[in-house]
Design a protein around this ligand. Structure first.
Ligand code: NDP
Length: 293
């Protein structure tokens, strides 16, 4: 069997086009949705993400601000920037790119963001809203993108056994919370695994839908996947590759080729979930602009 490939690029482009239409409609009412991204320090991967977010915003006809702060910025200075953005009517959504330098308490910074502008969905108010199934919650972009991929590819989650491997606050936990909510893209029976789980391969094999977000290159192998299962690979890992001009290549948390022989559907890396994340962030910014206008 060869799995159906779930193309994140095509879907993300479609969502970004929808977002651009919605931004245009808001602009016609005098509201230009605005997103601010704050980055502290020079982490190269974060710099790439932040540039992509700003570019995507502009392409969707949205207002974009990127605030670049030096690595030695104090927590108080960063909090003052957050306060300023909270009060800025041009900014409907904001996020502070993680990770932050270790001298800054990331939780304190997240708490300072106005929950109405928290388009990453990491503020405890939005986490709580997500858990209780409040539609006003901002869904964290990566698991939101996964859910949207399942819905738009007509993959039935209702009654399915879904296994989420990874329990981070950014991916694993919100993913599990989205999949258990009643309604479209939910109603699954969800198991969450982590590094202390016993018999991980056995639990993975019980999955109709397997979502993997652990940051371990090609960790999930074909023997861990039930024939016909849907495999969603969230992982983005750099592995050394002398044949590549950059000296590395990007792989997921799933051994793609062998697993694609067993699975019913699979997301590639790159070109899968990763492409969806920014599209969903833009969608959240539209939601924020609507709520505030
Ligand atoms: P974290 O490091 O925050 O969390 C990893 C989770 O995986 C932890 O819960 C950890 O368990 C679990 N884990 C680690 N090793 C194992 C193992 N051997 N067996 C079972 N569970 C394990 O990572 P993130 O959630 O932030 O990211 C996960 C992956 O997704 C990374 O590759 C990251 O680059 C990628 N990512 C991709 C995004 C995208 O846009 N596509 C966005 C965000 C992340 P424990 O809690 O017990 O330590």
């Amino acid at each position: 069997m060869s799995a159906r490939v779930l193309d994140g690029g095509v879907l993300a482009d479609a969502i970004r086009a929808e977002v651009a239409d919605e931004a245009k409609a808001l602009l016609a009412r005098g509201v230009q949705p605005g997103l601010a991204v704050v980055i502290v320090g020079e982490d190269p991967a974060s710099q790439v993400y932040v540039r992509s977010k700003g570019k995507a915003c502009m392409e969707a006809g949205m207002h974009s601000e990127t605030i670049r702060l030096p690595a030695e910025t104090s927590e108080a200075e960063l909090l003052a920037v957050v306060d300023r953005l909270n009060a800025d009517p041009k900014i409907h959504g904001m996020l502070v790119q993680l990770p932050l330098p270790t001298h800054i308490d990331a939780d304190r910074v997240l708490l300072r963001i106005d929950p109405r502008k928290d388009v990453d969905g990491f503020h405890p108010v939005n986490v709580g809203r997500l858990v209780i199934g409040d539609p006003a919650a901002f869904k964290p972009a990566t698991p939101y993108g996964v859910q949207e991929m399942l819905i738009r590819n007509r993959i039935e989650t209702k009654g399915a056994n879904a296994v989420v491997v990874g329990r981070s606050n950014i991916v694993g936990k919100p993913m599990a919370n989205l999949l258990i909510q009643p309604g479209k893209g939910g109603d699954a029976t969800v198991t969450v695994c982590h590094s202390k789980s016993r018999d991980l391969p056995g639990i993975c094999r019980s999955a109709d839908i397997l979502v993997v977000a652990i940051g371990r290159p090609e960790f999930v192998t074909a023997d861990m996947v039930r024939p016909g299962a849907v495999v969603i690979d969230v992982g983005i890992n750099r592995v050394p590759d002398a044949t590549n001009a950059k000296g590395y290549r990007i792989v997921g948390d799933v051994a793609y080729e062998p697993v694609a022989q067993v699975a019913g559907a699979i997301t590639p890396v790159p070109g899968g979930v990763g492409r969806m994340t920014i599209a969903m962030l833009l969608k959240n910014t539209i939601q924020a602009a609507r709520l505030q206008s």
